[in-house]
Design a protein around this ligand. Structure first.
Ligand code: FEO
Length: 396
């Protein structure tokens, strides 16, 4: 039951919420759920923009029927083929066998492989237009945001930009669909967690895509997940621009891997010292407790990062090791890094963090600090120096 939710100018929101999936992509916890957004353009020619994940195909078709009634469906634009958006393709084709699927060359290859597609297909190239009778759609190829076939669709009449995963967010749409009927700031943290873990690796391609659409007058941003930005589309475009430029706020994220609390006490000491140095945004996370997707999201927000690990079988604590491996491929750049930890009986935690640092693009601040077991006075002096150094660089 969707009951015709109009975005503007005969464009309707017909997406669905998912409150049952525990892990998005079977990786990322979604405690607030996620929406799969789809849209129906009701012009002389009718267009479905995106589908939804397979389990909710029935609901999508129900929403589609509510708007379309007995009219035929002429086109299905697939801006992104990842199955959370193309999963209902076969169901849509079953209900509307004459529909023409619109995508680019890579779209076709993917839907042939994923779904054995052999229906009617219209290939579009960057800048191509499609006449619907009362309006034209224009297509922008935006590869690797975050799959190779990703593209955006712009309606020249309403100025709606169907952006695929770009400008998307975790979190269901609880009654309010549009930013102008909610406090959209409630989505910003989940949006950054979505961006930093799924799209952020391709920040350069996001910047390239922003360049392509930079000249457009955008009346509404219609992404595949999360709120539709109709009141203030500049807000979400600005956030994605900021994050994909790797710009960060003044603050420090401290992450520790600790078995018996000694490395954790170093994290607490560093946090207090940073605050005494005037750093107001300091966060401590336990790598064994807080999901890495949240830690990476905070690391994307703040300029300073401090990583600490005890030794565990001559390496890092495995939970810290997993975080570092994800950080190494996350695309995060331009951060100040401090390293600390505990030798325990073998050493290896701090050394492994140093190896991670050497292979990263982060700038290491000061010297690593490795306590032997309990933190000694000399270790504390090093912690003070590290905190001073970090604070000074943050404020420079
Ligand atoms: Fe929401 Fe990349 O799929």
């Amino acid at each position: 039951m969707n009951k015709k939710i109009e975005v503007k100018d005969d464009i309707y929101y017909i997406g669905v919420n998912d409150r049952r999936t525990e892990l998005f992509e079977n990786l990322w916890p979604i405690p607030y759920g996620v929406s799969y957004n789809a849209y129906l353009i009701d012009d002389e020619k009718t267009v479905l923009v995106e589908t939804v994940e397979a389990r909710q195909a029935g609901l999508l078709l129900e929403h589609l029927k509510e708007v379309l009634g007995d009219k035929p469906l002429d086109y299905l634009v697939l801006d992104h083929v990842e199955p959370d958006h193309s999963g209902s393709l076969k169901d849509v084709l079953g209900a509307y066998p004459e529909v023409c699927v619109v995508g680019n060359k890579k779209t076709l290859g993917l839907i042939e492989r994923f779904y054995g597609f052999d229906g009617i297909f219209l290939e579009v190239k960057n800048g191509d237009r499609l006449d619907l009778g009362g309006r034209e759609l224009e297509f922008y190829l935006t590869p690797m945001v975050h799959w190779p076939e990703t593209m955006m669709t712009y309606d020249l009449k309403s100025k709606c930009l169907f952006s695929g995963d770009a400008f998307g967010s975790f979190g269901t749409l609880d009654g309010a669909i549009f930013d102008d009927e909610m406090d959209a700031e409630r989505y910003v943290d989940e949006m950054r967690r979505y961006f930093s873990n799924i799209v952020g690796k391709y920040s350069g391609m996001v910047q390239r895509a922003l360049g392509k659409i930079g000249g457009l007058e955008v009346g509404a941003v219609c992404p595949t997940h999360g709120p539709v930005w109709r009141g203030n589309p500049e807000r979400v475009i600005g956030l994605y621009d900021l994050w994909s430029k790797q710009e960060a706020e003044e603050g420090v994220v401290i992450v520790f891997g600790s078995m018996y609390g000694h490395t954790e006490s170093m994290a607490d000491r560093l946090a207090r010292l940073l605050v005494e140095e005037g750093v107001t945004n300091v966060y401590i996370f336990d790598a064994s407790k807080t999901h890495m997707s949240s830690i990476i999201s905070y690391a994307w927000k703040y300029k300073g990062l401090m990583l600490g690990s005890c030794a565990y079988n001559t390496g890092m604590l495995p939970t810290m090791d997993a975080l570092c491996r994800k950080l190494a491929v996350s695309g995060l750049e331009n951060r100040l890094l401090g390293i600390f930890g505990n030798y325990s009986w073998s050493g290896g935690g701090v050394k492994s963090l140093e190896t991670f640092a050497e292979e990263s693009s982060f700038e290491v601040i000061g010297s690593s600090i490795e306590a032997k077991s309990v933190t000694e006075q000399t270790d504390d002096e090093k912690l003070i120096a590290l905190a001073e150094n970090m604070a000074m660089r943050l404020k420079a």
